[in-house]
Write a protein that binds this ligand. Structure first.
Ligand code: SAH
Length: 220
């Protein structure tokens, strides 16, 4: 990325923050700063770069999408990260949400079930110089036991929570997911306590589905 190319996206990115995030109630200054600095255009297909800062999700290949900027900001704000946390993300996709999270917490562990996307996220995150990120290609419904317990778990595909996620959270930790069947989801935040969890419901939304198992490039 040349200096010229990166500067040329500065203005659409700031406009995205003002018109799509601030205007809709994103107030966490750290989230706004992260979204102002992560180069979203480096995470989308070259053919879609001109739409990288549009108010929409975009295709990233393998039938998946990069979430709409507002949804990335909204979900990140709901995690209320302060900087010391270790966060598990289920559904790396192209790695954009991962990059935003990595600027707001100590370490991000992110799982993607489609190997082609996992590889792409690895390249994107390397290019954007995100060092505190660990990626794995696996079924995220099983969590990532090796580094548990986490301060927060964020799921970026829609479906129903796996019991394992709550088990891999610290007491006081939060699990955020778009919950529901088919294309109709609602953001739910569960906070783990000593005898179970409390829950709060937020925005209605539509995500690609949370699926089982791993998809390697060989059987695609
Ligand atoms: N976080 C991304 C969103 C990617 S879309 C962003 O920044 O925009 C959701 C992703 O979840 C898809 O890539 C999909 O393949 C992945 N996914 C679905 N089910 C999964 C599972 N069980 N384990 C891991 N990843 C999963």
């Amino acid at each position: 990325m040349t200096l010229h190319a990166s500067l040329s996206y500065e203005r659409p990115r700031q406009r995205m923050v003002t018109d799509q995030l601030v205007a809709r109630g994103i107030v966490d200054a750290r989230v706004l700063a992260a979204m102002s600095s992560v180069p979203r255009h480096m995470f989308v297909d070259p053919a879609l770069v001109s739409r990288a800062y549009h108010d929409a999700s975009l295709p990233i290949g393998s039938g998946q999408t990069i979430s709409q900027p507002y949804m990335v900001a909204r979900m990140t704000q709901l995690l209320a990260l302060k900087g010391h946390e270790r966060v598990l993300e289920i559904g790396t996709g192209c790695g954009y949400q991962t990059a935003v999270l990595s600027r707001l917490c100590r370490r991000v562990y992110s799982i993607e079930r489609i190997s082609a996307l996992h590889e792409r996220a690895r390249q994107n995150l390397r290019a954007a110089r995100h060092a505190n990120v660990m990626l794995k290609c696996a079924d995220g419904r099983l969590g990532w036991e090796d580094y548990a317990p986490y301060d927060a778990i964020i799921v970026t595909a829609g479906g129903f929570a796996s019991d394992v996620w709550l088990q891999q959270l610290k007491t006081g930790g939060v699990l955020l997911l778009p919950e529901g069947d088919g294309g109709a989801h609602r953001l739910v935040r569960r906070t783990k306590n000593t005898h179970g969890y409390s829950e709060e419901y937020f925005d209605a939304c539509t995500f690609v589905p949370l699926l089982e198992g791993v998809e390697s490039s060989l059987n695609r």
